[in-house]
Design a protein around this ligand. Structure first.
Ligand code: SF4
Length: 466
């Protein structure tokens, strides 16, 4: 799998002693949604306490004493950015003194008009502390005339465009908001008499919370001592949930957009086998770990045995030093090792969840043939060709980095060195996704987006999105 830097993960915990420790466990479970910085903000007696740092959750909170983050309410965040925005000042949650006293915000998504709003606010004298798009929301809510925090947040959010899932705290309230298109997942859960909100339900499983429901596109949930209630933004006729969450981003053990991600991903593998079988292959192998579930689906549907033909080294950190930083082959070899006893002389169906740049897959196939002794490698991709950029929080932001925008399938096949290459059709993917085509964004596969993409897409703001 080409490395796709994704979005972020957010969580909010309310009404539970030592909420910060549960928030910590939650972002630990959602580490896959952001690995560049992590932070927790807790609320105690009207005060807010924060701890943030660069790196994995385990690094940021190594030997951490959670008594330093007291209180029964907390929000937390995992962040991914591209290199330009990767610095401590951009780590979240953000916390600022406003007319609503202290306000804390954690944001997952990308606001496509944040650059324009930021410039307007700066021209009016606003001073920004970070270069993230998320800070724009705090400025907007602080400046409008609404009386309550939640109405003020609603008014602020009506001015931004793009994707956002937010957990926020102010004056003893925990608030969650999801954009009216519903790009990113956000779920509501119960833990004892308390509440929890998270990007994915895998966070609930670790802390022992019970899944209640998906927070609806355009919904703002306000949680206080008296319970949870909702207000709504102007809702769209159709939602635009990101179908890539099913393809790759989310953990297969999470419930995403109301459905079990494992089931959908597996069905995508089955549909792929129906559309593009490889009848005389000996074995099905996945590119671990992200393609495991789709490969199992392909194997079940085709009746071809699933084998573990590639072993992934899970301990390769970001700090692995190569003598030559451009040595891509070494990067792939350190991460994956072929199982010779499985691959040697075999005709293999290699199932991949998606191809973005194609360079990792090229090295992987070479590795399987040269070092693993694979006879033939037939690649089956459990999503359509990624042809267009994403403006809603994923870092493939330019067309030129997408191999399928430049080359037809046969040329991609030659480039990666596969014996055959087939993709899941767009219609096949959308038929599998629950609710069908009208419920999803699939802009990176079709080039058609749920809202007009910005004319001059601001790379800088993209780098600093969450
Ligand atoms: S463009 Fe692709 S990755 Fe971006 S939100 Fe839409 S489906 Fe998801």
């Amino acid at each position: 799998m080409d490395l796709i830097k994704e979005e972020c993960g957010v969580i909010g915990v309310f009404g539970v002693p030592q909420a910060s420790y549960l928030a910590y466990q939650g972002i630990y479970a959602m580490q896959h949604r952001g690995q560049e910085s992590a932070g927790i903000l807790s609320s105690f007696n009207g005060q807010m306490c924060v701890w943030k740092g660069m790196g994995l959750v385990s690094e940021v909170f190594q030997h951490f004493d959670f008594d330093k983050l007291p209180g029964s309410m907390a929000i937390a965040h995992n962040r991914y950015s591209t290199t330009g925005g990767n610095r401590l000042s951009n780590a979240q949650p953000l916390c600022m003194e406003t007319r609503f006293n202290m306000v804390g915000v954690a944001h997952n998504g990308n606001l496509i008009n944040a650059g324009k709003i930021r410039k307007q606010l700066q021209n009016q004298g606003a001073i920004f502390q970070t270069s993230t798009d998320s800070e724009v929301i705090i400025h907007l809510l602080s400046r409008n005339r609404e009386k309550t925090f939640e109405e003020s947040l609603k008014s602020a959010l009506s001015k931004v465009k793009g994707s956002y899932c937010i957990t926020a705290m102010s004056n003893g309230k925990l608030i969650a908001a999801r954009d009216p298109w519903g790009f990113r997942p956000l779920v509501l859960g119960k833990i004892g008499t308390g509440w929890v909100i998270a990007s994915e339900t895998c966070a609930f499983d670790l802390i022992g919370a019970e899944y209640v429901r998906e927070i609806e596109p355009g919904e703002i949930v306000i949680i206080t001592e008296t319970g949870a209630r909702s207000i709504y933004m102007d809702r769209k006729e159709r939602s635009s949930r990101c179908v890539f969450e099913y393809v790759y981003f989310s953990r297969p053990d999470s419930i995403i957009f109301g459905s079990n991600c494992d089931k959908i991903r597996r069905e995508m593998g089955r549909q792929l086998a129906r559309e593009s079988p490889c009848p005389d292959a000996d074995i099905v192998v996945s590119v671990p770990d992200s393609s495991n579930t789709a490969a199992l689906g392909f194997s079940e549907q085709s009746g071809i045995r699933f084998e573990i033909g590639l072993i992934r080294n899970h301990y390769v950190g970001r700090t692995f030093i190569k003598p030559d930083q451009s040595d891509r082959s070494l990067s792939v070899r350190v991460k994956f090792n072929p199982v010779k006893g499985v691959l040697k002389g075999k005709k293999i169906v290699l199932v991949e969840d998606s191809i973005v740049r194609g360079t990792t897959l090229q090295e992987l196939i070479k590795l399987m043939k040269d070092h693993g002794g694979a006879g033939e490698v037939h690649v089956r991709v459990a999503s359509p060709p990624v042809k267009a950029p994403c403006f809603f929080g994923i870092d493939f932001s330019t067309k030129k980095e997408l191999i399928a925008s430049r080359k037809p399938v046969e040329e991609i096949r030659k480039f990666i060195g596969a014996d055959s290459l087939k993709y899941l059709s767009l219609q096949g993917m959308l038929n599998v996704a629950p609710g069908g085509q009208g419920k999803y964004c699939y802009g990176c596969f079709s080039g058609r987006y749920p809202m007009p993409p910005p004319k001059h897409f601001e790379k800088t703001m993209m780098e600093n999105s969450c």
